[in-house]
Design a protein around this ligand. Sequence first.
Ligand SMILES: Nc1ncnc2c1ncn2[C@@H]1O[C@H](COP(=O)(O)OP(=O)(O)OP(=O)(O)O)[C@@H](O)[C@H]1O
Ligand SMILES: O=C(O)[C@H](O)CO
Length: 378
Amino acid sequence: MKVVVAPDSYKDACAAVAAAEAMAAGVRAADAGAAVVLCPIADGGEGFLASLVRAGYVEARSVATVDARMRERSAEIGVSGDGQTAVVELAQAAGLEHLAREERDPLCTSTRGVGLMIRAALEQGVTEVVLGIGGSATNDLGCGCAQALGVRFFDPDGRVIEDVIRGGDLKQIAGLDVSGLDERLRGVRIRVACDVTNPLYGPEGAAAVFGPQKGASPAAVAELDEGLRNVAGVIERELGRSIASLPGSGAAGGMGGGAVAFLGAELVSGADLVLDLAGFDDAVADADLVLTGEGKLDGQSLGGKAVMVVARRARAQRVPTVALVGCVGDRPEAAVDAGLGGYEILAPGLSASESMARTAELLVDAAARVVSRFLKQR
Ligand SMILES: Nc1ncnc2c1ncn2[C@@H]1O[C@H](COP(=O)(O)OP(=O)(O)OP(=O)(O)O)[C@@H](O)[C@H]1O
Ligand SMILES: O=C(O)[C@H](O)CO
């Protein structure tokens, strides 16, 4: 038999790549001759590139960039085997993890380094850029990134802002000009995998929800929120694009919205993107079964959830999907009604903490159980 294993991460318990390896071991324990294809899933945040490299979807190349406080640093981008697609992870440049606690202040940080990495990707001659965003130290709506790629911003007196734009500068922006955008971006498709679906501003927006973890005080949050609102208005007026309530617009301090407005990017589910890179649809075409999974399966907001994306794509080729889950929340049957073939709880008898500590090992057993049952029923 052939099984495709495509788990999400089990938050706080097991990374997606390790989960996929454990599932594969379980499949082989039940059927030594089984062919197994591993397609672990990742969201756009920190670790996006590393997991795509580990999964073998892209190869890492070293590039020069700057961190959120504009200090030079070396980072990595990923390039696919055919040289057509580059993967750029925002957190490699503008990640919060590169700043010491006292350096964290989204009024003073910028996504300039992300723009430099996109430039490096364009130098490789790719036709597609996949940008993973999240885990940022920034709240600049991607203006620093756009500036590095040729977008010009103007102050209320109509003067070009020459300094690198940081979160604290957003409220001064009164105009912009995208005509100087790097020409190589034309004809390059940019897709953005966001780690969250928040809108740009307001109570659920980038500054209010993620500003504090980046070091913003309540006053700074209010200032950043006002800045995001201001630039969204400028974008709407000058580019005719409304980004405020796009889901994911508020990811990475507004980088999601900025990528759409300045770079013509599409915001997509990380799961769909990763499955494309992994060649999931081709792998499923002649498969008998798909295994997916996550920490907790519940019936709420099933839309963009990785396990449901996997189930939908497998079902389109009439291949059943079973989710191996640590535990269930509210109404897990809703997932089954929405197209999941079924779910298997790793170890219903164990306490949550014990189950979490032993996730990888329990995944081997659960995958073996599901496959044995599947073979018996055939
Ligand atoms: N092995 C496990 N056994 C029991 N519970 C687990 C296990 N692994 C994770 N969990 C539970 O699942 C929770 C995380 O759920 P999940 O991995 O689905 O992430 P999420 O953030 O809820 O959802 P999503 O990744 O879809 O955004 C953990 O906080 C924990 O309560
Ligand atoms: O970078 C951030 O702001 C968070 O990870 C949400 O995207």
